[in-house]
Design a protein around this ligand. Structure first.
Ligand SMILES: Cc1ncc(COP(=O)(O)O)c(C=O)c1O
Length: 394
């Protein structure tokens, strides 16, 4: 019989020459289970998605309940669908004034696309800024913002008038001018290797955007819903963005994204021409129901308040001669181990020993720690011991 491994390699479009090839049959809590029963601690949550772990009952129940009522009914924005309106109301209640209008989409990339189009439509301008080594998604607009030339040059022409800024460089803020439609920034740069904006820099960036009537777009796709120890990463700074993008943990494991803005900004999609952004499956009812179950649990259970302690626990127990730095905030950490060779060896050793980690798209000398937020203290200590053992072996 042909194995799933062969079917994977023969029939699924591949993204690299060396995929993980880890076969998973089921998942529960922080554990992923291979068909032979071997369990692996999930230290990356499917890249910051499974913030409540796997098979989280309230999310599964919401999925089943909604699936029994109805699946897709109509393209986004026409019918009144209970899971969508409840989710939009709940998310807007979590956001500060004036971010009260929520547009539901399918993914992080689509949230970024929608936000860019909204910024162009609202401001009537086209020039955009993003940051060195920023990652905002894989579609053409999102890729245009990518702050890494190697990653995007083969796909040119991309959007014109998109320029890169260096994070925390105050002088370069002078480049933001009256022709600028938007500046797009991650509240923590994930794929750059977990780089943190300076608080004063964020204030200055907010001011530069306001002064030039350009929109500050915050990418909370990897950082949103508690990962940094605050509900949203931008709450680590005293600023309110003009548009915020969500995906990943927003769906509790189901595919959904969103962007939020003030009603005034969002309303510019309604006219000139009508249907400024449309999406067939955006805010799919089953995903919307899962999302509400996930974000209301994250918001009401108090788990976000425990994230800083869990970060400290990782920092305390991950002391090893091969680790030179642990960078990040909350449960989004980059652990520096000197070289890509070491990271590759550790990832492979982890697959043997029973834990899953990886590296960052634009930073390959550190491995990623972004586990479910509800990982327990004992589980964290166990995972740190396993990582240290693996580091001893490589
Ligand atoms: C910060 C950030 N923005 C956008 C995206 C794109 O999201 P998606 O893969 O859902 O399109 C990602 C995905 O990794 C991300 O980390």
């Amino acid at each position: 019989m042909i194995s799933n491994r062969e079917l994977f390699l023969n029939y699924l479009g591949q993204t690299s020459e060396n995929p993980y090839l880890l076969e998973i049959e089921k998942a529960e809590g922080i554990y992923l289970y291979s068909p032979d029963g071997k369990k692996h601690i999930d230290l990356i949550s499917g890249v910051s998605v499974s913030s409540l772990g796997h098979n989280f009952k309230p999310v599964i129940d919401a999925v089943i309940k909604q699936a029994e009522k109805h699946l897709h009914l109509m393209v986004y924005g026409e019918f009144i669908q209970d899971p969508q309106v409840k989710l939009a109301e709940y998310l807007s209640s979590m956001l500060p004034h004036p971010l009260k209008s929520v547009y539901l989409v399918n993914s992080g990339s689509e949230a970024i696309e929608g936000a860019l189009k909204l910024a162009k439509r609202y401001t009537g301008k086209t020039k955009m800024f993003s940051f060195n080594n920023a990652y905002h998604g894989a579609t053409h607009g999102a890729l245009s913002l990518c702050g890494n030339e190697d990653f995007k040059s083969s796909f040119r022409p991309l959007l014109p008038e998109v320029y890169s800024l260096e994070l925390n460089n105050f002088e370069q803020l002078n480049l933001i001018d009256k022709h600028t439609a938007c500046v797009v920034i991650e509240s923590v740069q994930g794929e750059a290797g977990v780089k943190l904006p300076d608080s004063k820099y964020m204030l200055a960036l907010r001011e530069a955007c306001s002064k030039n009537s350009c929109l500050l777009i915050m990418d909370e796709i990897q950082t949103g819903f508690g990962r940094t120890g605050k509900m949203f990463g931008f709450q680590n700074f005293e600023i309110i963005p003009d548009i915020v993008c969500f995906a990943k943990a927003f769906g509790g494991g189901m595919p959904i994204g969103a962007f939020a803005a003030s009603p005034e900004i969002m309303n510019s999609f309604k006219t000139n021409p009508v249907l400024g952004h449309i999406t067939t499956f955006g805010g799919h009812p089953v995903s919307a129901a899962a999302s509400l179950a996930a974000i209301s649990y994250i918001n009401e259970s108090g788990i976000v308040d425990l994230v800083a302690n869990k970060e400290n626990l990782f920092r305390k127990h991950l002391s090893h001669p091969k680790i030179s730095e642990i960078r990040g905030t909350g449960l989004l950490l980059a652990v520096e181990i000197g070289s890509f060779e070491n990271v590759l060896k550790l990832v492979k050793q982890g697959l043997q020993d029973g834990f899953v980690t990886d590296w960052f798209i634009f930073h390959d000398t550190a491995f990623r720690i972004a586990p479910p937020l509800n990982m327990t203290e004992n589980e964290i200590i166990l995972a740190c011991d396993m990582i240290k053992n693996a580091l001893n072996k490589i």
